[in-house]
Design a protein around this ligand. Structure first.
Ligand code: ADP
Ligand code: MG
Length: 322
């Protein structure tokens, strides 16, 4: 099993930001309302994620590091109707196999538990006083996979990936208070009050947030809503477009193109808006099970969705300008 964990790690855990993503998604799945992420050296030295979610009892905590141990699929058909973010039950096992892990957790009813793992092996397990929730620290990521270490980019690039994910998770979950701290300095802090515009302000600054306008539209199969910037916003690039499908951040070229096309008469080519788009639809229409990292997605009925997005945004801009 240790070997297959290490192989799976190559798929799931590409870089520090993959660890941040998996750990924060676990915290979200656990019902947390506050999630804090502390990185040292972009996560290469350590990644700590603290949440106030359900926590785990001793049995679940020990089980959480074995492959395909997920508490999130109760019966087979669930695989095709995925609501929680995690569902493969391989993230923790993969991460643990290529790092040194310290886990503190408590379900608030039983004693807290502290577990230490090294390269996927249990090193220590002891009771500890801990409030309800989970605190997990990943140290020395990839210390036993030199090839993976070598492939990593600069601290700034690796940090950039984690900031990207955190920004997107904060936008996807405005009702959760997120904090991202790097080498002691706060890079992102949201208040968890459920206001998307306040999250936009936390990420892109108050000046830009003031230049965002809301839109929404609905068709048979899809509901879309969100915020887009007025064309005058100049700093934005492609990366300032965020697309969420049923709460999950995705990359989807054609949807991105529909957003940009909505600006066709207002925005010079090679300029991009800030845009936050939420798409809701039946999970059957959205095939999330495409890649282990779950960022790529297939959507059914694109011919219905794309014009819905483009028209909604185009109309919102037009009425804001005229
Ligand atoms: P998955 O998220 O796909 O179920 P993971 O390997 O990420 O698989 O996690 C394994 C299990 O560990 C989860 O199903 C969950 O039961 C438990 N778990 C992990 N992180 C947390 C957390 N922060 N709070 C509560 N439970 C957690
Ligand atoms: Mg998970």
């Amino acid at each position: 099993e240790w070997l297959s964990n290490k192989i799976a790690a190559g798929e799931v855990v590409e870089r520090p930001s993959s660890v941040v993503k998996e750990l924060v998604e676990n915290a979200i799945d656990a019902g947390s309302t506050s999630i804090e992420v502390f990185l040292e050296e972009a996560g290469l030295t350590s990644i700590q994620v603290t949440d106030n979610g359900s926590g785990m009892d001793e049995e679940d905590a020990l089980k959480s590091f074995s492959r395909h141990a997920t508490s999130k699929i109760s019966k087979e058909p669930d695989l095709f109707r995925i609501r929680t973010l995690g569902f493969r039950g391989e993230a923790l096992a993969s991460i643990a196999s290529v790092s040194k892990v310290t886990l503190k957790t408590s379900d608030g009813e039983h004693n807290g538990l502290e577990i230490q793992m090294d390269g996927g092996h249990l090193i220590e397990k002891k009771p500890t006083a801990f409030r309800r929730g989970t605190d997990i620290t990943i140290a020395q990521l990839f210390y036993n996979t030199p090839a993976r270490l070598k492939y990593l980019k600069t601290i700034q690039t690796e940090l950039g990936h984690s900031i990207d994910y955190m920004n997107r998770l904060a936008l996807a979950y405005p009702e959760i208070a997120f904090k991202l701290v790097h080498n002691g300095g706060a890079l992102l802090q949201t208040n968890g009050r459920g206001n998307v515009q306040q999250v936009i302000a936390a990420i892109y600054g108050m000046q830009n947030a003031k230049k965002m306008i809301p839109f929404s539209a609905e068709s048979n199969d899809y509901k879309v809503h969100g915020f887009v910037s007025l064309p005058e916003v100049t700093r934005a690039n492609k990366n300032y477009i965020s697309i969420f499908v049923n709460g999950r951040w995705v990359k989807h070229y054609l949807v991105q193109k529909a957003i940009v096309d909505a600006y066709h008469t207002y925005l010079p080519i090679e300029r991009y808006p800030i845009a936050v788009l939420y798409i809701e639809g039946d999970p059957y229409l959205t095939d999330v099970n495409v890649h282990p990292a779950k960022l790529q997605i297939r959507l059914s009925k694109e011919q219905e969705l794309l014009p819905l997005v483009q028209n909604a945004i185009n109309q919102a801009i037009r009425s804001a300008i005229h």
